[in-house]
Design a protein around this ligand. Structure first.
Ligand code: UT7
Length: 330
């Protein structure tokens, strides 16, 4: 079978205008700007007000990415929405498809928490690689503020809302150089947003579970240790598959969870701090949106240029983690 190369040709991002800084958070829970900044690097997060939908922020990021790629929405063949916080549990990708007018595109959701963008990048790439689709929109978007326990100071300080998007296109030159994806469900309890059933009796013989999703619970230290150990391993594996070494990486764009995790992972990979993209001070951890949001800012500011080699990695609930190595641009 002949295979097609993959190029990533456009990016976009959007966040809600409402924001909350650490001083504001310290009015809500017992914490301080100093504690949050020194332990995480986060100073502010953008939060969706009640009328804002995931579809709105995702569509805004999508239209930017489509324009940068020089396409019209009608050129898209496929839309993948990586999210854990869909407006509709049946899926929200179709709402983005309708909102942006991508009338030819098939659309579906993909859930892999904070690894969702990297998992989506690889999934989108397979459809192009096999020649099935030519133009694919991948959106990473989450409104985790809907699901945070705002009385739990160990988690509520971390998360923010936002969306990022990229366009992938078939290309003579293959720019998606290597990847590695991992899951370990045995550690699921370290970080979850779980459905908890409550018995509901329909007839004397039939009782079903009808409950609700409970807010995010997390063992921060477990996730911290997991990230610092597993993320460098998976980046190294992806680099090996890409036939590249860490010193050939121009930019390291990790899931924006905690500056200490970014520093530790970069240190283990011997990638110098000036090559590490970080924007979590402004946005916190935006889950599936964090990598494309950071990528888009770095592209638009002129840091990331066409042909640059990018190592990216996501990690989080599931547990899931994964890395991809790609060159930016056509
Ligand atoms: O997408 C993946 C999502 N998750 C992550 O990335 C989480 C990874 N983990 C982390 O980022 C860190 O574990 C945290 C930032 C969540 C916590 O930092 P830590 O250095 O692991 O702190 P800790 O949980 O060990 O807590 C140290 C102390 C505790 O007090 P005692 O028991 O030593 O007296 C906590 O009660 O800090 C206390 N503490 C706080 N104090 C002020 C915990 N949260 C706060 C807070 N403000 N917000």
């Amino acid at each position: 079978m002949t295979t097609t190369g993959i190029a990533i040709t456009g990016s976009g991002s959007a966040v809600p205008s409402l924001s909350l800084d650490n001083h504001g958070l310290s009015q809500l829970v017992e914490t301080s700007d100093d504690w949050i900044t020194s332990r995480t690097g986060i100073r502010r997060r953008h939060l969706a007000s009640p009328e804002v939908t995931l579809g709105q922020v995702a569509a805004e990021a999508s239209l930017q990415a489509i324009a940068m790629a020089g396409l019209d929405p009608g050129d898209l063949d496929l839309i993948i929405l990586a999210t854990s916080t869909a407006d509709d549990l049946f899926g929200s990708a179709s709402q983005i498809q309708a909102r942006i007018g991508a009338t030819r595109a098939v659309a579906f959701d993909l859930t892999a928490a904070c690894s969702g963008f990297v998992f989506g990048l690889v999934t989108a790439g397979q459809f192009i690689r096999t020649g099935v689709y030519q133009n694919v929109l991948l959106v990473g978007a989450d409104i985790l503020s809907r699901w945070v326990d705002w009385s739990d100071r160990r988690t509520c300080i971390l998360f923010g809302d936002g969306a990022g998007a990229v366009v992938l296109q078939g290309s003579d030159r293959d720019r998606l150089l290597g990847f590695e994806l991992k899951s370990d469900g045995s550690q699921n309890s370290s970080l979850n947003l779980a459905y908890q059933p409550e018995p509901k009796t329909l007839t004397p013989d039939v009782t079903i579970g009808q409950g609700r999703f409970h807010p995010i619970t997390m063992n921060g230290q477990d996730i911290y240790r997991f990230a610092v150990k597993k993320v460098p391993e998976v980046v190294e594996k992806a680099l090996f598959r890409a036939d590249r070494t860490a010193d050939q990486v121009d930019w390291l764009i990790l899931h924006q969870a905690n500056q200490r995790i970014l520093d530790a992972v970069a240190g283990r990979l011997k990638i110098p701090p000036e090559k590490v993209i970080s924007n979590l001070a402004e946005y916190g951890n935006t889950s599936a949106a964090s990598v494309p949001l950071a990528l888009d800012e770095a592209v638009r500011s002129g840091k990331v240029r066409s042909g640059d080699t990018i190592a990216t990695a996501g990690f989080g609930a599931g547990l899931t983690w994964g890395a991809a190595i790609f060159e930016w641009g056509r």
